[in-house]
Design a binder for this molecule. Structure first.
Ligand SMILES: *Cc1c(COP(=O)(O)O)cnc(C)c1O
Length: 436
């Protein structure tokens, strides 16, 4: 399997290079040249398959020459937690993606990536530097996944004052091979700094650079597994095979992974891209114009993205044909007020505590179902544990949420971050000094 750059189909790489480099040399994102197809028989057997079994079948098609035993080891080490489907009603289930070490779905992609990179890098003598822009959850998942990995250092860039207290602790208290940069700017500034660093000759000369953002194809592929898995669970538990997936979206990596699962043969009825007040993609579906703009701060801050990086991949999957995109994806948004109201109503109706990101999903899902009633079962992806967003969820429900031990552990540790301007030259100097 080869991977091409979304900016130029002639620029290609194998799986290893796509994973290690993260981004194509022209700044494009890597996409598989073809999407492998699964026979209908595989869909029939999904109810009886574990995440690991699905993982081997799906990822081995994309990983080309990689030997099966190494791949199995990577998958088993990466996905050492489960993804339960909680059914709330005949028409609604929640896919809980927060059972990993940092309590957010990003553990799936980040842990797979870390183990794959360590595998590919083990015979290299040059150290690998991973740069990550994070609006919160990416950074903690990456930090935890790469912590202590030999021959790899990680630089985390996060927007000052725009991540929750708990998130900041998770980002800045790891130590060892993990360095945090507190950027005086927005998440989009952080992303710009990372993208610029990749093209900067000075930095390239000094380090072997790579990314761990959702732009890395190895972050994306393992996220497609739980779409197959959830489909199988809904079929097994409810006997339903008409499934809609609702995906709380920011950079649209999670949704892209779901679309790839669909292209492989998973019969998804509709994808619903749920966003907060950052509505660039919703507007694109409405009026055909993709117009990035600065991110707005909301309660579902891991989705505060004004220029979703995976948009080019979605375009690539549908040959830039907006009508085909509209056929598969519906998109709508929730305000902060609607998010809070949904956290309350989901608890009142089902005694289920949902986090603000999942709440955006539930709100938009309900909106869609009102316009499009039908027998399909909706699976809303719950992308983070509510305790991670206690500042928002506790006052909304007027109750205390129990904090999982793996989250509580970092709260008493000392913050350690380099606070720095979003000007590229200043950042470059700081980066070079820190990574020496
Ligand atoms: C990253 C994140 C999202 C958005 O996912 P994308 O793949 O960037 O669309 C949603 N919810 C949470 C909790 C996240 O951490």
């Amino acid at each position: 399997m080869k991977y091409y750059s979304t900016k130029n189909k002639k620029i290609t790489a194998n799986f290893r290079t796509a994973v290690i480099n993260g981004i194509a040399e022209d700044g494009g994102l890597f996409m598989p040249e073809e999407i492998p197809q699964f026979p209908a028989g595989m869909m029939q057997s999904l109810p009886n398959q574990s995440l690991h079994e699905i993982g081997m079948q799906v990822i081995s098609k994309f990983a080309g020459y990689m030997d099966q035993l190494s791949l199995l080891k990577i998958i088993e080490q990466a996905i050492n937690f489960n993804a339960p489907v909680k059914t709330l009603s005949e028409s609604l289930s929640i896919l809980e993606l927060f059972h990993g070490p940092t309590l957010a779905f990003k553990d799936f992609g980040a842990r797979f990536l870390a183990n794959a990179m360590a595998h590919f890098n083990k015979d290299e003598d040059k150290e690998l530097i991973i740069l990550v822009a994070t609006s919160g959850d990416t950074g903690s998942a990456v930090a935890s996944s790469f912590y202590g990995k030999e021959g790899i250092k990680v630089g985390l860039l996060y927007p000052s004052g725009m991540v929750s207290q708990i998130q900041e602790k998770q980002l800045t208290t790891m130590g060892k091979n993990i360095k945090a940069f507190e950027i005086e700017g927005t998440f989009d500034d952080c992303q710009r700094l990372v993208k610029t660093a990749f093209l900067d000759p000075n930095i390239k000369e000094k380090f072997n650079l790579s990314s761990a953002n959702s732009i890395n194809i190895a972050r994306l592929l393992p996220q497609s597994l739980y779409y197959f898995y959830a489909y199988g669970q809904v079929k097994k538990n409810l006997g339903i095979d008409d499934v809609i997936f609702t995906v709380p979206s920011g950079n649209f990596g999670n949704l892209t992974a779901g679309l790839i699962a669909g292209k492989m043969g998973l019969p998804v009825k509709k994808y619903i891209a749920a966003v907060n007040s950052n509505t660039v993609f919703t507007e694109y579906l409405q009026n055909g114009v993709f117009k990035p703009r600065p991110a707005r701060k909301t309660l579902s801050n891991a989705m505060d993205v004004g220029d979703p990086s995976n948009f080019v991949r979605i375009e690539a999957l549908f040959d830039k044909n907006i009508n085909r995109i509209r056929q598969h994806i519906y998109s709508d948004s929730a305000t902060d007020q609607e998010t809070i109201a949904t956290i309350k109503s989901i608890y009142e109706q089902y005694k289920y505590i949902i986090d603000p990101h999942g709440a955006v999903g539930c709100f938009v899902n309900e909106k869609y179902r009102k316009i499009n009633p039908g027998p399909a079962h909706a699976v809303v992806l719950e992308t983070a544990h509510p305790a991670k967003f206690a500042d928002c969820v506790e006052p909304a429900l007027n109750m205390k949420i129990e904090m999982p031990a793996r989250l509580a552990a970092c709260l008493n540790k000392q913050k350690n971050a380099l606070k720095i301007s979003s000007d590229f030259n200043t950042f470059r100097e700081g980066l070079i000094a820190e990574m020496k």
